[in-house]
Design a protein around this ligand. Structure first.
Ligand SMILES: Cc1cc2nc3c(=O)[nH]c(=O)nc-3n(C[C@H](O)[C@H](O)[C@H](O)COP(=O)(O)O)c2cc1C
Length: 370
């Protein structure tokens, strides 16, 4: 087996203290770096650090946003505004805007009582964007969660008008319809991304689940459809069955660092191949997780579970850990690190992955049979 097919970070398997990939030597930067530049670019926006708070309960809360900013967060993604919420509101607005338009000569365009009464979700969300902009120095990214095209998509521009620096489109869909093919799901998603990109004048990120059949090709198509960045990945919440009550129960378990290897692999594959910024989400808990993802090619790393577990001050711990590691290795900037252990130079990533798979199995078997 050639060097090219040595085991890599794409198969993970390294402990928290090991360098990111047994077959790789971490390239070091210059020998002494006193100042470390942690700034990075994501979606064309400049961030002071690559550590971002992904959508979650505390990014919807002003006090927590303030604490995240004080701890040095690079950017925040607000919790999602849901298509179902917006479609419901649009229906109500439509109903009320036509109500009484014939009867009231002073309201020929339709009688719209007070939009707040019918639009509470979106109105509150627009207010959150404005308030978040007051307390967070880095970019504030709004999030829309939806799967179909339609009138609700126009809310993307309202989010931008309220001050969002970018919009993250969270495509959370379980393809459970037996009559809907994978290609159909892809085409519908591409149309959705196109319509959101057309509806807004700020950058768009698309947050994906890992369940797409040909991820690299689909990612390329998403970039062509208007996605400026990809968030790899959302995490599905899988319900459980309670054997006592015989009912389906929601089951939300926070992630841990073991789950990092999925975004790690895909950042390594996508870096330099897809014309979009890369954000890694899922399993980012320690400064080592952040560093591994940057080495794999992520532009930013996102955390929710770790911040829920340790609180907003954890951002400062992550930042300090990244800074110290870089200083010790002689790196002076995130730019020097980014993608240093990606698969950018690998001619055939599919063959590379398969070789790693075989290598992993054979090395495990040889330990077992020893
Ligand atoms: C309680 C909770 C609420 C979340 N709400 C949202 C949301 O509104 N929109 C979204 O895109 N992701 C949401 N997420 C997903 C996170 O943003 C993140 O992608 C996921 O938890 C994986 O990252 P982690 O391993 O750092 O937790 C939520 C996660 C949690 C735990």
């Amino acid at each position: 087996m050639s060097d090219q097919f040595s085991p890599s970070l794409a198969d993970g398997g390294d402990g928290d203290d090991a360098p990111p990939g047994p077959g790789h030597v971490i390239p070091s930067g210059p020998t002494v770096a006193t100042e470390v530049d942690l700034s990075t670019h994501y979606l064309g926006l400049e961030l002071a650090t690559p550590i971002v708070a992904s959508a979650g309960p505390f990014t919807g809360d002003l006090a927590s946003l303030r604490a995240l900013d004080a701890a040095g967060i690079g950017a925040v993604v607000l919790p999602s505004l849901f298509e179902e919420q917006l479609v419901h509101e649009a229906d109500q607005v439509e109903r009320y805007s036509s109500y009484g338009s014939d009867a009231n000569p002073e309201a020929p365009g339709g009688y719209v009582p007070n939009l707040d009464q019918y639009n509470e979700g979106a109105v509150r969300y627009l207010r959150l964007i404005r308030e978040a902009q007051q307390v967070v120095r880095g970019p504030v990214i709004a999030s829309l969660n939806g799967v179909t095209t339609g009138g609700w998509v126009r809310y993307a521009q309202l989010l931008a008008d309220a001050g969002a620096d970018a919009v993250e489109l969270n495509v959370y869909r379980v393809a459970a319809d037996t009559q809907v093919s994978g290609r159909q799901v892809e085409v519908e998603t591409l149309r959705l991304v196109e319509s959101v990109a057309e509806a807004t004048n700020v950058p768009i990120a698309v947050k994906l689940s890992p369940h797409w059949s040909a991820m690299a090709s689909f990612a390329t198509q998403l970039a062509e459809a208007g996605a400026d960045g990809l968030v790899l990945f959302n995490r599905f919440y899988q319900p459980d069955i309670d054997l006592d009550t015989l009912s389906v129960t929601p089951h939300l378990v926070l992630s841990d660092s073991d789950e990092l290897r999925l975004p790690l692999r895909w950042c390594a594959i996508m870096h330099g191949r897809v014309d979009a910024s890369l954000a890694a989400s899922t399993g980012v808990h320690t400064h080592r997780d952040v560093l591994k993802l940057l080495l794999a090619g992520a532009d930013v790393t996102m955390s929710t579970s770790a911040l829920l577990r340790h609180g907003p001050a954890h951002v400062a711990t992550l930042t300090q850990g990244v800074r110290e590691w870089m200083q010790a290795r002689g790196y002076s900037s995130v730019d020097e690190l980014r993608g240093a252990i990606s698969q950018r130079t690998v001619r055939d990533p599919a063959a590379f992955e398969r070789a790693n798979y075989l290598e992993t199995l054979t090395s495990y078997a040889s330990t077992f049979l020893r």
